[in-house]
Design a protein around this ligand. Structure first.
Ligand code: ADP
Ligand code: MG
Ligand code: MG
Length: 250
């Protein structure tokens, strides 16, 4: 589904990703962990095609296509979804309008008809229920005045509506209290499917108590320096990241 090979990328003039390799198959959940400043968010932004990030070498294939050749909109239409560490606020754009536009753009790209208003509202209500979100959320401008927890839940709500093939959640767990974390984890677990892959970027092991990943990777210094199963996350929790760096230096 996603195949990243030797990816190097700069933020401005500075090289942050330094030869990153990652393979993600359908139905898989991958956790990417790593120390602060290691390039986790940079990877998410590069995959989204955000401005200010330039790829200098390497390749990214998504569903057999060259992802890097696509515009950010085309990436979303192909089924890529990103929940950012710091969700953007869109004053003046209400959540319903935003989601309807995004969903219809994806449907159009797939050759599916636009959803009529009634079907769309039914879909919204169904997903609100799964995420224990209040209907008042729909009328509010996207993320404006939302608490940290509300923003994160709103991201999961967006994901539930857009039903992406690949979702990348960048520290969706950070700043959540335990109840909000459970809601987010339940939402993610409810969206697990054999056709959908997810990459959970997280600094802490805590989220992985609620979402069992298939693979765990450590990103440090702009590369994946170790991969393993869920046990790797527990090992990191106990020993920190230092032992891996030490191993690298040796
Ligand atoms: P992580 O998400 O793993 O904490 P980031 O990808 O956010 O790491 O950052 C990796 C490195 O890139 C850090 O050293 C950070 O300071 C730098 N960086 C990130 N964004 C920018 C930017 N817009 N301008 C300059 N440096 C940046
Ligand atoms: Mg960070
Ligand atoms: Mg980050």
């Amino acid at each position: 589904m996603l195949s990243i090979k030797g990816l190097r990328a700069n933020v401005g003039e500075r090289e942050i990703l330094k030869g990153l390799d990652l393979e993600v198959g359908p139905g898989e959940i991958h956790a990417i962990m790593g120390p602060n400043g290691s390039g986790k968010s940079t990877l998410a932004h590069v995959l989204a095609g955000r401005e200010g990030y330039s790829v200098t070498s390497g390749s990214v294939e998504f569903l057999g296509e060259d992802l890097l050749a696509l515009t950010p909109e085309e990436r979303a239409q192909q089924g890529l979804f990103l929940a950012f560490q710091y969700p953007v606020e869109l004053p003046g754009v209400n959540n319903t309008y935003f989601l309807k536009t995004a969903l219809n753009s994806i449907r159009k790209a797939r050759g599916e008809p636009e959803l009529d208003a009634v079907s769309f509202m039914r879909l919204m209500r169904e997903k609100l229920k799964i995420l224990h979100l209040d209907e008042s959320l729909l009328k509010r401008p996207v993320n404006v005045g939302f608490s940290g927890g509300e923003k994160k839940r709103n991201e999961i709500f967006q994901m539930a509506i857009l039903e992406p093939r690949l979702a990348i959640l960048d520290e969706t767990d950070s700043g959540l209290d335990i109840d909000a974390l459970r809601v987010v984890a339940d939402g993610v677990n409810a969206l697990r499917s054999p056709e959908r892959a997810m990459i959970l970027v997280t600094h802490y092991q805590r989220l992985l108590d609620y979402i069992q990943p298939d693979h765990v990777h450590v990103l440090a210094g702009g590369r994946i320096i170790r991969s393993g199963g869920p046990e790797l996350a527990l090992e990191l929790e106990q020993k920190g990241y230092g032992w891996i760096d030490a191993g690298l230096a040796a």
